[in-house]
Design a protein around this ligand. Structure first.
Ligand SMILES: C[S@@+](CC[C@H](N)C(=O)[O-])C[C@H]1O[C@@H](n2cnc3c(N)ncnc32)[C@H](O)[C@@H]1O
Length: 261
């Protein structure tokens, strides 16, 4: 499943699955958001009071409460009007949430060029296409020396429809199977939402190998200065073999890059 990613094509709105996503993640994020993704992104962002952050592909703004708690200012953009409307109702007037296309921020944007000290893609960059246009938007929004933090499902180990767990009976261990890796893929995700209900739909995910991300960051004028690989926490009731594999194969990748001159 999944076909080679072709030239420029803008990613679709998540409106069709917005009700399902809100039900799963709410406006403050799922358990994985709260326990892993948000703390990891906040550590790399290292926001200081008064700084401005732009969250690209923000959904309903799950990152907003942590940014406000750090004393910084939160703005988010997403091209799903339903997710933005839900975020506005939940977070109120302290945050600025705008419907916009992450691949075209510079043209007709609600924001000013170089307005932000930091930009984040929280679990969104792997759902946005094309990558180069999304990074150009981040560069446009950031001040010189500003930082970009990307938190995504690990592109080496968590490839939708092309990776999974397997069990090696003879060695008594769980292994990670990777079917395809180097080819960039445009992957239709499973249908979300209840059968027969409105709000059922699919989204697309864009697999890229690690080299595509690093090359695109360099081409967009970013210098990577931190990278963390984050495993899912092992559950106490899991067997040793399951715990070991959970600890060895990261779920998320977090990258920080600075905007060079
Ligand atoms: C997995 S959700 C993550 C949302 C949010 N960051 C969170 O962690 O809850 C991916 C988000 O990317 C957004 N997205 C995808 N393509 C986009 C585009 N071209 N412009 C703006 N947002 C986009 C979707 O609407 C969706 O809200």
């Amino acid at each position: 499943m999944g076909r080679k990613t072709k030239g420029p094509s803008s990613s679709r709105s998540w409106d069709a699955v917005a009700n399902w996503y809100i039900g799963w993640a709410g406006a403050e994020g799922s358990r994985h958001h709260r326990e892993l993704a948000i703390p990891a992104a906040m550590r790399l962002l290292a926001l200081r009071p008064g700084e401005r952050l732009l969250d690209i592909g923000c959904g309903a703004g799950a990152l907003a409460p942590s940014v406000l708690a750090a004393g910084a200012r939160y703005s988010g953009i997403d091209n799903s009007p339903k997710l933005i409307a839900h975020g506005r109702r939940h977070h109120g007037s302290e945050v600025r949430l705008v419907v916009a296309d992450a691949t075209k921020l510079a043209s007709g944007s609600a924001f000013r060029r170089e307005e932000f000290d930091a930009v984040s893609f929280l679990l969104s960059l792997q759902d946005i296409n094309p990558l180069e246009a999304a990074l150009a938007s981040a560069r446009w929004a950031l001040r010189r020396g500003g930082r970009l933090v990307i938190l995504m499902t690990h592109p080496c180990f968590r490839i939708p429809r092309q990776s999974g767990w397997g069990w090696d009976e003879a060695r008594g261990l769980r292994y990670r199977r990777i079917d395809r890796y180097l080819t960039p893929l445009d992957i239709p995700m499973q249908e979300y939402g209840r059968k027969g209900r409105r709000g059922r739909g699919t989204t697309r995910s864009y697999h890229r190998p690690l080299q595509s991300y690093v090359s695109a960051l360099a081409a967009a004028g970013f210098v990577v200065d931190a990278l963390n690989e984050i495993p899912a926490p092992a559950l106490p009731e899991e067997t040793r073999a399951l715990r070991l594999s959970s600890e060895e194969f990261p779920l998320f990748l977090a990258v920080r890059a600075m905007k060079s001159c």
